[in-house]
Ligand binder design. Structure first.
Ligand code: T46
Length: 135
């Protein structure tokens, strides 16, 4: 499955810690968009879609949340609860996000501009597309 947990180097000293992110260096794509998610609740899930062409790096700067990643063959759960790692998600991965802590601060770096037409929001359509691309 095309996802990786990337350890991020933190410059830490008595003042605190700093992590630097650079396109095509420790971020494995050119960053074209950044968005963030906050005011979350464990009662409400997010996601429930895949992207045909988008790569993203998820950074949980505070609190925690859970990603369930699915390539149509298997599902894997990743808990994000540290600003010292990034979760890279490649193309054609169905994702569901759940168990958000109320203090979760999720920052997402994306390889392209927002395009609603590039979302697959039907799981049946996702499975069909994965099946076709594996033929
Ligand atoms: C993803 C997960 C991790 C925009 O107008 N521009 C944007 O760049 C984004 C990301 C969203 N929106 C609008 C579209 C919706 O009206 O913001 C609203 C909420 O978006 P959505 O329901 O897609 O949010 P999530 O948390 O379910 O999914 C988001 C990303 O959309 C998605 O790419 O991988 O976070």
């Amino acid at each position: 499955m095309d996802y990786r947990i990337l350890p991020l180097h933190a410059f830490s000293d008595k003042r605190g810690s700093l992590v630097a992110l650079e396109s095509c260096k420790n971020v494995p794509f050119e960053i074209k968009r950044v968005y963030y998610i906050f005011d979350t609740s464990p009662e409400f899930d997010r996601g429930g879609h895949a992207h045909t062409n988008l790569e993203q790096l998820m950074l949980c700067l505070a609190g925690s949340c859970e990603f369930v990643l699915d390539d149509g063959k298997c599902k894997e759960k990743v808990i994000l609860d540290s600003p010292k790692v990034g979760l890279y998600i490649g193309k054609n991965i169905w994702r569901e996000m759940k168990n958000f802590s109320r203090d979760c601060r999720l920052v997402v770096l994306a390889s392209d501009y927002y395009d609603e037409n590039e979302y697959i929001r039907s799981y049946e359509e996702f499975l069909k597309m994965i099946g076709e691309s594996n033929e």
